[in-house]
Design a protein around this ligand. Structure first.
Ligand code: SF4
Ligand code: SF4
Ligand code: FES
Length: 338
């Protein structure tokens, strides 16, 4: 039988590549340069940047090392989306966006050092406060290293999905909460802390939990942008959510975020929906009344009658049954624990 060799169809296109330029101390503000480049099937953003640097403007500055989506150093924003330059092909983007034009900018939420290179020290500083390493639990890690510290598949599954993180910072660049509040630790740092905290060989969970709370664990708005941009599919927003549960389960219960989470749960069980008008009081205590009164005054100005009532949804009994079932399952899990 004669087998026919399949040759992939190659395409090419003339691209207009718009790149943000900025040298602090020399330029008053960022500006854009346009470069025209012939782009083929398979040309990556990184290959295009190299071609521009080699053939058109040697002063263009960007960062990259492995070219294999491993080192995490080449993250940039392409048409506003944070991506790895070395593993993102240009042609499909050019076809999708503005017919042959693409804009490349440095990562967001970090200071620019030059052109597409950002200072990642703020991430590293936040990460170091999370103790992102294993502190051996003597009950699980043998003192002498002639034996392995074994764990079950279930124990590994607790954090295995996070181990592919390459610290590229794409999630940090995309994060709405970091943008709103620069002191928030960011998705990758919280996720890294969580990865070690649920490792059965670790003995430092309490300190890490408190570090996560202190660095804004409850500031995340669960917009899930970090999940959408992560090139390794490590789902950092899920780790943030699980880290919150972990801190509550471990006894850190008196934070605005944990009070809000408890109020949500209690309201949904009781009414079938969240009693939003009263949330500020539940979360911030008597200080919350000021917020409520200010909101009510604002509504009255527009002839809208404020209400503190929460109506009970028809589905409330269904919600209560779901809670009952969840508690049954949780109790069963506790009983099944070895
Ligand atoms: S889900 Fe949370 S951590 Fe992720 S991008 Fe949104 S705010 Fe940031
Ligand atoms: S979680 Fe994903 S996006 Fe964030 S640093 Fe790790 S690999 Fe990059
Ligand atoms: S150059 Fe290493 S991840 Fe892109």
């Amino acid at each position: 039988m004669v087998t026919e060799k399949i040759i992939p169809k190659r395409e090419s296109m003339q691209a207009n590549i718009r790149i943000q330029r900025f040298t602090p101390g020399r330029d008053r503000s960022p500006y854009y340069d346009n470069f025209s480049l012939e782009v083929d099937t398979g040309t990556t953003i990184l290959a295009a940047l190299h071609a521009i640097k080699d053939e058109q403007d040697s002063s263009l500055t960007f960062r990259a090392f492995c070219r294999s989506a491993i080192c995490g150093s080449c993250t940039v924003r392409v048409n506003g989306r944070s991506v790895l330059a070395c593993s993102t092909q240009l042609l499909p983007i050019l076809k999708d966006f503005r017919k042959g034009s693409v804009t490349i900018e440095p990562m967001a939420n970090l200071p620019v050092l030059r052109d597409l290179v950002v200072d990642i020290d703020p991430i590293l500083e936040k990460l170091s406060k999370m103790h992102p390493y294993l502190v051996e639990n003597p009950e699980r890690v043998p003192e002498a290293l002639e034996r392995e510290s074994l764990m079950s598949q279930e124990e590994l599954n607790e954090f295995d999905y996070m181990t592919d993180c390459i610290l590229c910072g794409a999630c940090y660049s995309a994060c709405s909460s970091v943008k709103a509040d620069g002191t928030y630790a960011g998705p990758l740092t919280i996720a890294k802390a969580y990865r070690f905290s649920v490792d059965v060989r670790d003995d430092f969970r309490g300190t890490r939990n408190q570090a996560a709370v202190d660095q804004g664990l409850w500031s995340c708005v669960q917009c899930r942008k970090c999940i959408r941009v992560c090139p390794k599919d490590t789902r950092p927003a899920d780790s943030v959510r699980r880290a919150r549960k972990l801190t509550i389960d471990d006894g850190i219960q008196d934070t605005p975020g944990s009070r809000r989470a408890k109020a949500y749960t209690a309201d949904i069980e009781r009414y079938g929906q969240v009693n939003k008008p009263m949330l500020p009081v539940v979360v911030f205590g008597t200080r919350g009344w000021d917020a409520i009164e200010a909101a009510e005054a604002g509504l009255r100005k527009h002839n809208i009658k404020p209400t503190r009532e929460v109506c009970t949804l028809d589905g409330k009994d269904g919600a209560a049954k779901v809670f009952e079932k969840v508690r049954e399952v949780e109790q069963q899990k506790q009983e099944d624990k070895p």
